[in-house]
Design a protein. Structure first.
Length: 477
């Protein structure tokens, strides 16, 4: 269920992975003591797509920190874990969000020259001081201010995690108490609009529902945007506690109908929502979008085959080896033992496949290293062992579950069967499950449903889906 602006890290585009030889100019002594605070920007190219990056670097005492924005995809507020500048070399370590940048300062050109890495992708990226101007790429459905409703930027705390979550609350302008839906984003660090590939689906949903008289709270994921915390070491269970903190915050307000607080989860958000609801007495209803109804292991096996962008000779052997990798990751052995076993397994399993496709050795090593880092993260180990059906079965509140028929990331039929069976097993009689025709994972009307199509579609969210959601909620409140 990844929502990154490139395809899932487990399935790199083998034909487009390239390496570059960089000849760095050595006359950089004068920059060693330079203050590099401020914006540094640059444009790189992947295929025929130009991608602009902007890093805002701040210095406090002797320590640096940075925030990464990708204006091309309208993504902002990504917070790499560490930033260092030593002997003319800038290293932005975003292992917490799956990226890394390393560049050496060229004194003559007055720029950092280096490589940006994300998953198995490596791109030449040179950074010059200053921001860049990007044309407003607002999609047709995005609302324009002033809005015909009340909007407030809010901050609330997850006391247990010692973090602050920043978001936006929208309410109808009329005085009174209003039902409020909390929007829960999919996997990967997301901002409050769930921005991806130039789209802002949560902004569209928020605007539509609020115009129908339904308040909405949406917030930046921990460690992303204006929210604090460490995203890279958090699990699905941790994210559910952030949702519980959002519920607690809404309960402090006198303009919220406390009997009608609902959860709205997309993709991974759809498996976070039941977990949160079962640990709260204050959730009145739930909307699940592109949610899964099968275990993380089974979903991962399915995605490893359906999203894989390279051929294999023996599908049965491929699945068997994928399951073996998952078994290693989810074992009770120490992290050191798991890493050792997994490294051996990936070299025996993946390396021959990639070598047969003439992938350069350097890129194979980089891909396997990326796979190891991703597999060993707390999120992956938790997700693979989590079965949302166990939590959905416990729900005794109204549930609306929507999936798109052309969703290539979360198969509608298989996952809706899991959701339906769980609700029936739990005795929940107040639910509605719909498969919406010709919609993809992000509920855009589409042709193929494939991930490389998302960016090309002007529509951000199907009006049919929006109407279905609002009509259902209005009947339940």
């Amino acid at each position: 269920m990844p929502n990154n602006f490139w395809p899932t890290k487990k399935q790199p585009k083998m034909k487009t992975i390239v390496t570059f030889a960089i000849a760095f100019i050595l006359s950089i002594v004068s920059v060693y003591s330079q203050d590099i605070s401020g914006d540094w920007s640059g444009t790189t190219k992947r295929g025929d797509k130009e991608i602009t990056f902007v890093f805002n670097i701040e210095q406090e005492n002797s320590k640096y920190s940075s925030t990464m924005n990708v204006p091309t995809f309208r993504i902002s507020g990504i917070k790499p874990s560490t930033t260092s500048f030593t002997n003319g070399t800038l290293i932005i370590d975003g292992s917490n969000v799956g990226m890394n940048y390393e560049g050496v300062f060229n004194n003559e050109a007055q720029q950092f020259e280096g490589i940006y890495k994300e998953g198995g992708v490596e791109l030449v990226l040179n950074l010059k001081k200053g921001a860049v101007k990007i044309e407003d790429a607002r999609r047709p459905q995005e609302p324009v201010k002033p809005y015909p409703y009340y909007e407030e930027d809010v901050v609330f705390k997850n006391v247990e995690a010692k973090i602050e979550l920043a978001g936006t609350l929208t309410l109808p302008n009329d005085n009174g108490k209003f039902p409020v839906v909390i929007l829960i984003s999919g996997s990967g660090p997301q901002d409050r609009d769930e921005s991806f590939m130039g789209h802002k689906p949560f902004l569209i949903v928020s605007d539509y529902l609020t115009r129908q008289g339904i308040g909405v709270l949406r917030f930046d994921d921990r460690g992303h945007g204006e929210s604090t915390g460490d995203f890279g070491n958090a699990t699905t269970a941790d994210f559910s506690k952030d949702v519980l903190s959002a519920i607690a915050y809404l309960k402090t307000r006198n303009d919220v109908d406390l009997k009608n607080i609902g959860l709205f989860g997309h993709s991974e958000g759809g498996i976070i929502a039941p977990l949160a609801a079962n640990n709260s007495k204050d959730v009145a209803f739930m909307v699940l979008l592109a949610s899964t109804g099968i275990s993380g292991t089974e979903l991962s096996v399915m995605q490893s085959k359906s999203l894989r962008q390279f051929p294999v000779k023996d599908e049965e052997a491929y699945e068997k080896n994928t399951r073996k990798a998952i078994a290693i990751v989810t074992s009770n052995k120490s992290e050191l033992e798991i890493k050792k076993e997994l490294t051996t397994h990936y070299n025996e399993f993946l390396r021959p496949i990639l070598t047969s496709l003439n992938v350069p050795e350097k890129n194979i090593n980089s891909f396997i290293d990326s796979q190891l880092k991703t597999s060993l993260k707390p999120w992956a180990r938790y997700f693979l062992q989590y079965n949302p059906a166990d939590e959905i079965e416990k729900l005794q509140i109204p549930v609306l579950s929507l999936n798109g028929s052309k969703d290539t990331q979360v198969n509608a039929k298989i996952n809706q069967e899991g959701i339906r069976n769980a609700l029936i097993k739990g005795g929940n009689e107040d639910y509605k499950i719909l498969e919406l025709e010709n919609l993809n994972h992000f509920f855009q009307e589409c042709d193929t449903g494939k991930m490389d199509e998302y960016r090309k579609i002007e529509q951000s969210f199907s009006p049919t889906a929006l109407k279905e959601i609002s009509n259902w909620i209005l009947k339940k409140i």
